[in-house]
Design a protein around this ligand. Structure first.
Ligand SMILES: Cc1cc2nc3c(=O)[nH]c(=O)nc-3n(C[C@H](O)[C@H](O)[C@H](O)COP(=O)(O)OP(=O)(O)OC[C@H]3O[C@@H](n4cnc5c(N)ncnc54)[C@H](O)[C@@H]3O)c2cc1C
Length: 379
């Protein structure tokens, strides 16, 4: 990678790091305990371009590429995985979908507000009975005069209650048939749109996750994105980019846990010496460092390919699969290195451990990533 890109990527990382240290770090445990979704902090992040990283400058975004995006999510993830998840869902799912498939009027109306952080975005694909099997969705959009009526329930939606605008993929044809779903943009306050249960989660607790209910929710045809029937195809393309952000988030969590464990291993004494002197601990640190480097290379490769406009389905799935599993194993090792102290909320590793697990589930589980990779390698 040429040095200009590396320099820019380091500057962007420093901005995100400063922001995370100043506005997120002091509140991490309070937000986690209370499940407070810090919408106001995300709105502040908008002023620094963090809420419109990939959005072109003509629509008010930072107009940066995927390498810088990875660095931003990683730096935030090092401090708080939950805020990292929210920033990722807003940028690559909601804004990412509108940027790729919205028309000029939709981009002008929504991307400008999303990129500034004035509006928070959500993206709704998953339903109670269709998670991995998302193509079989039951939430239905029925044509009605010059518009559409949405009925059904989405679940696990990041910012399902607090978002100002939501991209929704709903069924417009026969289940399991190709071209049977369509993407729509629904604004907060639209009659018939409401949030259901807020999930009480193991980790990622300050990233709001709720059900979303559509009850005869009427929207105009101008809210449709792209062609009728193209929704699932669009969603898979959006996830190709989104998975790079979950890989970056995993990397941030893994690095945060590793750095805390490395420091602790040098400071904590047992048997009259630092525990880092014991091979059982130093080899763990060696394994953690090696896996993190490998995950970083895969993630940057996927990001670089995405910047070049290459097809990234296989590589974004590999990066997401590998980096998320690394995050879980590194966070697990970090808790072990901290011993009993790692099992308390007085040290950061227990939160990294809890947060890391989401990365192997959201935007497609590890099993689904293997399915995607296998399909690509067997072509
Ligand atoms: C905190 C959080 C935030 C989320 N945010 C969003 C969001 O903003 N928008 C959104 O649309 N969704 C969101 N999701 C949903 C997420 O993408 C789904 O949870 C995920 O895709 C898995 O679906 P599921 O939970 O229904 O699990 P299931 O699909 O029921 O899977 C259960 C288990 O079966 C395995 N499995 C399923 N099918 C196969 C197969 N063919 N081969 C092998 N194994 C299989 C899975 O890997 C998993 O281990 C979020 C989830 C969480 C937890």
């Amino acid at each position: 990678m040429d040095s200009v890109i590396v320099q820019q990527d380091q500057m962007v990382a420093a901005t995100a790091r400063d922001f995370a240290e100043k506005y997120i770090r002091p509140n991490v445990m309070e937000w986690d305990e209370t499940q407070h979704f810090p919408k106001e902090v995300l709105q502040q992040a908008g002023a620094l371009g963090i809420m419109g990283v990939l959005v072109p400058e003509e629509f008010g975004g930072a107009g940066l590429g995927y390498i810088e995006y990875v660095r931003i999510i990683e730096e935030i993830g090092k401090v708080c995985g939950s805020v990292g998840l929210s920033v990722a869902a807003h940028n690559s799912l909601c804004s990412g979908h509108i940027a790729q498939f919205g028309d000029e009027a939709q981009k002008m109306r929504y991307l400008t507000k999303l990129a500034s952080g004035e509006w928070i975005g959500a993206w709704a694909l998953t339903e109670p009975n269709t998670g991995s099997d998302a193509g079989n969705m039951q939430c239905v959009a029925t044509a009605d005069g010059d518009g559409w009526i949405l009925n059904g329930t989405k679940c696990w939606i990041t910012h399902g209650n607090s978002s100002d605008v939501m991209v929704v993929i709903a069924r417009t044809g026969e289940p399991r048939k190709p071209q049977s779903s369509t993407a729509f943009i629904v604004e907060r306050g639209t009659p018939g749109l409401s949030a259901g249960k807020k999930e009480n989660k193991l980790g990622m607790r300050c990233s709001e996750t709720t059900e979303v209910i559509f009850d005869n929710c009427r929207i105009s045809d101008e809210q449709r994105m792209g062609e009728v029937g193209d929704g699932f195809h669009q969603a898979m393309k959006v996830l190709d980019g989104g998975r790079i952000s979950i890989a970056a988030l995993s990397l941030g969590i893994a690095k945060g846990a590793y750095e805390a464990a490395l420091k602790y291993a040098k400071e904590r004494h047992q048997f009259d010496q630092p525990i880092a002197n014991f091979q059982g601990i130093s080899f763990k640190l060696a394994d953690m460092a090696t896996r993190i480097e490998a995950a970083e290379l895969l993630t940057l490769q996927a990001a670089d390919m995405k910047n070049r406009g290459e097809k990234v389905t296989k590589f974004s799935a590999m990066a997401k699969y590998y980096a998320s599993e690394v995050a879980v194993s590194v966070a697990n090792d970090a808790v072990q290195i901290f011993g009993g102290y790692g099992y308390t909320k007085d040290f950061p590793v227990e939160k990294f451990y809890r947060d890391s697990k989401l990365c192997t589930i959201g935007e497609g589980t590890s099993e689904i990533q293997k399915l995607v990779i296998a399909r690509e390698v067997l072509k």
